[in-house]
Design a binder for this molecule. Sequence first.
Ligand code: NAP
Length: 261
Amino acid sequence: MNLNLKNKKVFISGSTKGIGYETARLFLDEGALVIINGRTKSSVDDALSKLNNKNASGIITDFLDDFQVEKLIDEIPDDIDILINNVGIFRGKNFCDETKEDWYDHFKVNLMSGVKLSKYFLPKMIKKNWGRIIFISSECSTLVPGDLLSYSVSKASVSVFSSGLAKLTKGSNVTVNTIVPGSTLSEGSKEFLSETAKRENKTKEEVEESFFKDVRESSLISRFLTVGEVANTILYFSSTLSSGTNGASIRVDGGSMGSII
Ligand SMILES: NC(=O)c1ccc[n+]([C@@H]2O[C@H](COP(=O)([O-])OP(=O)(O)OC[C@H]3O[C@@H](n4cnc5c(N)ncnc54)[C@H](OP(=O)(O)O)[C@@H]3O)[C@@H](O)[C@H]2O)c1
């Protein structure tokens, strides 16, 4: 299968680690020109040296800082073909302990990063009559945990925004789709497994097993997804081969959400 991604210009927000990093790696394997992003020079430099590919470059931007986002929009090349709105933060807290800042921060990073970048790139993509905008939501937008309310609401808003944005592509070869991952073994999840295992004097395998028994019992694969499983899906829906799909939510959730579409 030829994804026709050679020389496509790609920007991936939040991509020094996890799903974003793996997506960058796969795009580079396909010959795309990829700009990665993270908050610090050291994390961006580390990721670039791991990627070790002349087609990779980086932009340091913290999406919590409006000034840095304006600067990013000034610096980033105009002719991005594929925008992956991947950056996402989550702070697990009881609702009553969540502060106003927790709510604002989740919306600023998880939703507004994609709103601002789409506002900049969508008209340019429409003008050249080709482009892909992908949003990364979460199974938490539907399977809402009581201790992840601001995260889950922000992710639901990402899905709604993406669906509405797709309407603006009517009659063009630009598509806007949402990828909805389930629990995925990114750096963050690995840390969670290790810390819980240590605290509960269990192995990581035991913690994973009880997570899928007690918290995500609806998961059909009953294990964490790999970052590669999510990134492969992102690549397909970024490619020319996916031209028939627009305004869709695509689940890579191991069956956890259980809906028929
Ligand atoms: N992992 C899961 O189980 C899961 C499930 C469903 C959905 N998702 C979604 O998938 C996406 C990727 O998650 P992940 O688990 O792969 O992430 P991750 O491993 O935690 O990596 C986070 C990435 O985002 C960057 N980042 C964090 N805050 C940032 C900010 N304010 N500005 C710019 N960059 C920032 C980090 O870069 P630096 O550290 O270099 O700044 C890092 O590259 C997120 O939208 C997440 O909500 C994840």
